[in-house]
Design a protein around this ligand. Structure first.
Ligand code: FES
Length: 216
């Protein structure tokens, strides 16, 4: 989502919803003028560098939705903002026109080659990091994509903040459906991504938890 101080009634919140589960289908089927109860904002937000930095924003599919507001904030702080958006096919790339004005460069990739560079988004990232001298990566999208980006960020020794995509039921820290394992100071903890995330330090997440078996 993104919140702006502009809008018909003085302020607005935009939600991008992919109608996959029953809750998102219900939301997507509402009509203009319907009222909804909202609790929010919940969880953590992307951290902003204290001094201008070269940033790369990477979005997979509809995961690009929160990155446009972030791009605006980073640009206003004097950061260079390079955005990379990828999806399986062209019509799954979410890139609103006004969002493109906040970025220094926009690279598109599609798995089927129907728009931008042909191939998976992660294949282009190392070259772009070198080209733009990236210092901080922000990402949002499917967990497999975030894991691959984290590996690249670690190879380049770059800070990686990712907004994780976990199933969430309550959103307020009660049900424990959204936990991910993290390692902090050599201690393994299960963090609730609804309140300790969704934005987390990619270097702390134990991405291959299923392979670590009894170690967690
Ligand atoms: S969604 Fe219920 S604890 Fe996170």
């Amino acid at each position: 989502y993104r919140a702006t101080d502009k809008g018909l009634l003085g302020g607005s919140i935009e939600l991008v919803v992919a109608p996959h589960g029953s809750g998102s289908k219900w939301l997507a089927n509402l009509s203009v003028g319907d009222f909804v109860d909202l609790i929010g904002p919940l969880g953590t937000a992307f951290g902003i560098p204290t001094t201008p930095a070269n940033t790369m924003l990477i979005g997979g599919g509809y995961g690009s939705a929160p990155l446009f507001a972030l791009a605006e904030t980073l640009k206003n702080r004097g950061c260079r903002v390079d955005m990379v958006l990828g999806a399986s096919t062209a019509n799954k790339i979410y890139a609103p026109l006004e969002g493109k004005r906040s970025v220094s460069s926009l690279t598109l990739t599609t798995d089927d080659g129907s728009a931008g560079i042909h191939g998976q988004i992660t294949e282009s990232i190392p070259r772009l990091i070198r080209e733009f001298n990236t210092e901080v990566i922000y990402s949002c999208g499917p967990m497999k994509m975030l894991e691959s980006i984290n590996r690249i960020a670690s190879d380049f020794d770059i800070v990686h903040q990712c907004s994780v995509e976990e199933s969430m039921a309550c959103g307020i820290g009660v049900c424990m459906t959204c936990v991910v394992p993290v390692r902090i100071d050599n201690e393994v903890k299960m963090l609730r991504t609804c309140i300790d995330g969704p934005v987390m330090d990619g270097a702390q997440i134990i991405w291959n938890a299923e392979n670590e078996g009894g170690n967690i």
